[in-house]
Design a protein around this ligand. Structure first.
Ligand code: 1GP
Length: 251
């Protein structure tokens, strides 16, 4: 197991759960991305995910990660939308497969194209199943997802079990960035009960209460991105989220 994975698992063991801040390089300048990362670190976030959109590539991606690394010593983990979302400057990569895509490109195609470069760069691998749940947002549309209906936790369980049996150590239940409705609590609970994977939940998590319910149901990692987009006091906003996540299991 690599350093980033160990650090994440140690945090989860210590605090019950972890919080990751998603920064999409396409949404602001690298300099501002560095400031967001700095605020996230000050507020108790446990790592920065970098990516999430098809425009998060090339120089913009590299420069964004460099600014993040300059600002914080939190792990910078790639969250690529395609094989173009790889950067030598990251600490690790969610090597992910959208298991419920209808297009093989998102299941093994991009992975096959990206793998040789990932090997060459020596990036730490975090093998992850990326499961799109209704409403799914842009990620669901771009990835041509056969969305998991909100009323079908057993389908999420089946995919998550398949992921575990395929050797993936992380499963990400994703409702889509800015989703009106986050992943249902019952679905999180069902996947938790059936699998031993490190369970990530994200998409539309806007309040500490919503995050806490999902941690109590078994989420190990909560991802937020949009949360800080229009926040007046970014540190305060992330701090109340990170604090709630880390005290949820003890509560
Ligand atoms: C998107 O789940 C993440 O991949 C974050 O979603 O922007 O809604 O926090 P939000």
């Amino acid at each position: 197991m690599g350093k980033v994975e160990k650090r994440l698992l140690d945090t989860i063991a210590r605090n019950g759960a972890a919080h990751l801040t998603l920064i999409d390089p396409a949404k602001q300048s690298p300099k501002i991305a560095g400031e967001i990362a700095s605020d996230a670190a000050a507020a108790g976030s446990d790592g920065i995910m970098v990516g999430g959109s098809t425009r998060a590539v090339g120089e913009l991606l590299d420069d964004t990660i460099l600014e993040i690394k300059k600002a914080v010593d939190l792990p910078a983990i790639l969250f690529p939308a395609s094989e173009a979302g790889i950067s030598r400057h990251a600490d690790a990569i969610f090597f992910m497969s959208m298991l419920n895509s209808r297009d093989p490109y998102f299941i093994t195609g991009a992975q096959r194209r990206g793998a040789p470069l990932v090997k060459k760069l020596g990036l730490e691998i975090l093998p992850m199943a990326y499961l799109l749940v209704e409403p799914g947002g842009a990620a669901g549309r771009v990835g041509k997802a056969d969305l998991i209906p909100r009323t079908k936790p057993e389908l999420a369980v089946a995919y998550a079990l398949a992921a575990q049996y395929l050797g993936m150590r992380f499963v990400y239940l994703e409702a889509g960035s800015g989703a009106e409705q986050p992943v249902p609590v019952g679905m999180v609970r069902a996947v938790r009960k059936a699998t031993q994977v490190t369970l990530i939940v994200g998409g539309g998590i806007k309040t500490p209460e919503v995050a806490v319910e999902r941690v109590k149901a078994g989420a190990d990692i909560i991802v937020t991105g949009t949360l800080v987009e229009h926040a007046k006091d970014r540190v305060a906003k992330i701090r109340e989220m990170a604090k709630a996540i880390k005290s949820a299991r003890g509560a």
